[in-house]
Design a protein around this ligand. Structure first.
Ligand code: UGA
Length: 433
């Protein structure tokens, strides 16, 4: 099958590479000429575990190519659109990248082409695009096929989807999509066929539900602290109820990234425009917005209100572990709050330092956790990186000024650190009083 992907971000590039590795012929298009040039030279613009391996395989088998020229998609059977849909100031999804790519590609649509929207778009967008094309005498099924990949686990998620959702009323499009996803059909992954509106809403509902679990567990962690209970054991035991599930119940700084905050806002905006009362959405948004402030108060209670000149080794800056993506990172939000209080932040993250150096010039970057810890008055851990769990805390004890560790992801072994003489603080559990 000949497939085009428009947009080479996390979703477009990973899906493009992986469909090529599965045997389709894929062309990835992006307006960013530098990105395309780098891809031609074998340089991936993002970090994703194992992506390089599949990228090399697809290039070697001549199944993957790149271009910034839309002409190259003239002969494809299916065009996937996977461009960004960021939030506008009012919370609505900004669809300008979708519409400009459609403007660029429409003259290459032939009678058998189908258009597939992978980007997360508001309900009704596929119908609207199909109608818009019809007005220009272009007849083309516009299919909704939302993506459920997580950054940092995108290749794994691509190969092991929980379900594949396809929204279309066209039998021709259905058959083509079945062919594209053929290798998954034989592994009995559920394929959910529905209309485009339901498919679009499934994506928002999924992300919002997961965000709601996180907001809920963060509130439970506050309750745990107050009534002297243990959030880790609570999360585990509650999650063992198969109706609830153990995932997305890790308390922390709140949810960030380029998806959850934007998608919840977009769904919220839809409810407002339709006059629907959405109290749960309101609460999830409010709870997540408050989260860094609550954590800041906790830190001030531990380290004292006067943070002026206090040196903090801040470990973990990406919006979560395992990615170089710093968009809407709660860790960076907290860094900014601490800096406003006068703290000196000495930051380190195993993957995203280049992005930090380019975009957050106010943050002092260090080459390792150990370097960041030299003379620090406290260590703050903000993401759940494996590397932080493996640190040599005997070595760090000799580097730091004061033995304070504030573990905002509850990833360290409290007993062992307390035995080493640290004052260990985490969330939803009380160890040091
Ligand atoms: C999310 C969804 O999980 C994907 O299914 C979806 O495809 C993607 O959005 C998207 O819409 O494109 P992603 O943004 O990569 O994926 O990240 P997640 O792993 O979902 O984490 C989101 C945020 O929640 C992060 O800030 C993370 O630290 C936080 N989180 C996650 C928690 O605080 N606790 C948890 O237990 C899980």
């Amino acid at each position: 099958m000949n497939i085009a992907f428009i947009g080479t971000g996390y979703v477009g590039l990973v899906s493009g590479v992986m469909f090529a590795a599965l045997g389709h012929n894929v062309i990835c298009i992006d307006n960013n000429i530098d990105k395309i040039n780098n891809l031609h030279q074998g340089k991936l613009p993002i970090y994703e575990p194992e992506l390089d391996k599949y990228f090399a395989k697809a290039i070697t088998s001549n199944q993957l190519s790149f271009s910034s020229n839309y002409e190259s998609i003239a002969d494809v059977d299916a065009i996937f659109i996977a461009v960004g849909t960021p939030s506008k100031d009012n919370g609505d999804a900004d669809l300008s990248y979708i519409y400009s790519s459609i403007d660029n590609l429409k003259k290459y649509i032939h009678p058998n082409t189908i258009l597939i929207i992978k980007s997360t778009v508001p309900v009704g967008t596929c119908k609207f695009i199909e109608e818009m094309l019809k007005q220009e005498n272009i007849s083309c099924p516009v299919v909704s096929n939302p993506e459920f990949l997580r950054e940092g686990k995108a290749v794994y998620d691509f190969l092991n989807p929980d379900r594949i959702v396809i929204g279309t009323n066209s039998n021709y499009a259905k058959d083509l999509l079945k062919e594209i996803y053929n290798s998954f059909i034989s592994t009995h992954i559920p394929l959910v066929f529905t209309d485009t509106n339901t498919s679009e809403l499934i994506k928002y509902a999924s992300n919002t539900f997961l965000a709601m679990k996180i907001a809920f567990i963060n509130e439970m962690s506050e309750i745990c602290e107050t009534v002297d209970s243990n959030i880790n054991i609570l999360s585990y035991a509650v999650g063992l109820d198969h109706r609830i599930g153990t995932e997305f119940l890790q308390a922390g700084l709140g949810f960030g990234g380029s998806c959850f905050p934007k998608d919840i806002k977009a769904l919220h905006s839809l409810t407002r425009s339709k006059g629907i009362s959405a109290k749960i959405l309101d609460a999830v948004i409010d709870s997540n917005q408050e989260r860094c402030g609550i954590i800041l108060t906790k830190i001030l209670n531990i380290l004292g209100n006067n943070m002026e000149g206090l040196q903090i080794a801040f470990l973990g800056l990406a919006f979560k572990a395992g990615t170089d993506d710093i968009r809407h990172s709660k860790a960076i939000e907290l860094v900014n709050l601490l800096q406003k209080k006068g703290a000196i932040i000495k930051a380190y993250d195993p993957i995203c330092m280049d992005n930090i150096k380019e975009n957050n010039k106010n943050i002092q970057c260090y080459d390792s956790s150990y370097d960041a810890c030299i003379d620090a008055d406290s260590i703050i851990i903000a993401t759940e990186c494996d590397e932080f769990q493996k640190l040599d805390f005997d070595k760090i004890k000799k580097l730091i000024k004061s033995p304070y560790i504030i573990d905002l992801k509850n990833i360290l072994d409290a007993d062992s650190l307390i035995n080493k003489g640290y004052k260990y603080y985490c969330i939803g559990r009380n160890f040091t009083r």
